[in-house]
Design a protein. Structure first.
Length: 309
């Protein structure tokens, strides 16, 4: 049985003008669909990464998973005891007026256990004495270690990580990713890992879900997705990565812009940027078939040769 299951989960936001402005300007109510019928499952001990450009709905989906937002439609099922979230910005997510021991101890304050705070500080590579300090006394990487310690304090089964390394230097990113992998092995953690950085995702993910304008357009094991991407959007993202293997593959910058989510294109939302789009793509929204939502893949109009060859 899976630890986490999402079934056709959607989330809408009311982005209407104030009532008086709508009356004066004769504007209707406006609703933005940030997440659109997303379904996936996460097994215990697995890392599922969700990737996509800014504004594709990744962070909203993370907040739906942990219950910070209720879904407008669909169902989120969690079969563990506890889940926690690690936020993107280690500077904004820690209360600057609290000592570290209080920040970490807040999720377990009813247990009144200083020993647990010291234990998780050591687990993330800090010292028990660091609990007496304030967040401003630490570097960005150390602050993110404190965020991880806070998440671990309540002994969660699932950690939802919303771009946990994007605000850090590259060398520090590697240290945090290594720490998270070590903690996963030692504690049996399950991760939902949100990122726009495919290079980072390739290091940590067991499976990868690719999101575009609120929808999950491809879901595959990480090795398979990086070697043999199926959706044209996945291919575009991978083509923009530097060729670290020095194979001679040209790097192609990401083309086009994400459409306005208040006025999404008809049919497939990706069709204005897709070289494989035809009339059906412009008219009919593709459903997810064998873990990819693409008419061109379904009809065999895309060469699925190994990527980069």
């Amino acid at each position: 049985m899976h630890l986490l299951s999402l079934s056709r989960v959607s989330r809408d936001f009311d982005v209407s003008l104030p009532w008086l402005n709508r009356v004066i300007e004769r504007e209707p109510r406006r609703r933005l669909r940030a997440v659109d019928e997303v379904s996936f499952e996460v097994a215990r001990g697995e890392t599922l990464a969700l990737v996509g450009e800014s504004g594709c709905g990744k962070s909203t989906l993370a907040r739906l998973v942990v219950g910070l937002y209720p879904p407008t439609a669909g169902r989120v099922e969690f079969r563990g005891r506890r889940m926690q979230m690690i936020f993107q910005d280690p500077y904004a997510s820690l209360n600057p007026r609290w000592r570290v021991k209080r920040i970490i101890g807040e999720p377990i304050r009813l247990l009144q256990t200083a020993a647990r705070v010291e234990e998780v500080l050591v687990q993330v590579g800090l010292s028990p004495q660091d609990g007496e300090k304030y967040p401003h006394e630490f570097s960005g990487g150390q602050r993110q270690r404190i965020s991880i310690a806070r998440a671990l304090a309540g002994e969660p089964d699932l950690l939802v990580c919303d771009e946990p390394t994007s605000a850090l230097d590259v060398s520090v990113q590697a240290q945090i990713l290594n720490l998270m992998s070590e903690l996963q092995r030692r504690l049996g953690l399950t991760y939902v890992f949100i990122s726009h950085n495919l290079a980072v995702v390739s290091q940590v993910a067991d499976r990868v879900g690719v999101m575009y304008l609120g929808r999950l357009v491809e879901l595959a094991p990480a090795a398979k997705l990086f070697a043999r991407p199926r959706h044209p959007y996945t291919r575009m993202l991978l083509d923009a990565l530097p060729d670290l293997a020095m194979s001679g593959r040209p790097r192609t910058p990401v083309a086009g812009e994400v459409p306005n989510p208040l006025a999404p294109p008809p049919g497939c939302a990706f069709h204005p940027r897709c070289a494989h789009a035809n009339e059906r793509c412009r008219r009919e929204r593709p459903e997810v078939i064998r873990h990819v939502a693409c008419h061109a893949v379904e009809e065999g109009r895309i060469d699925l040769a190994v990527h980069g060859t």
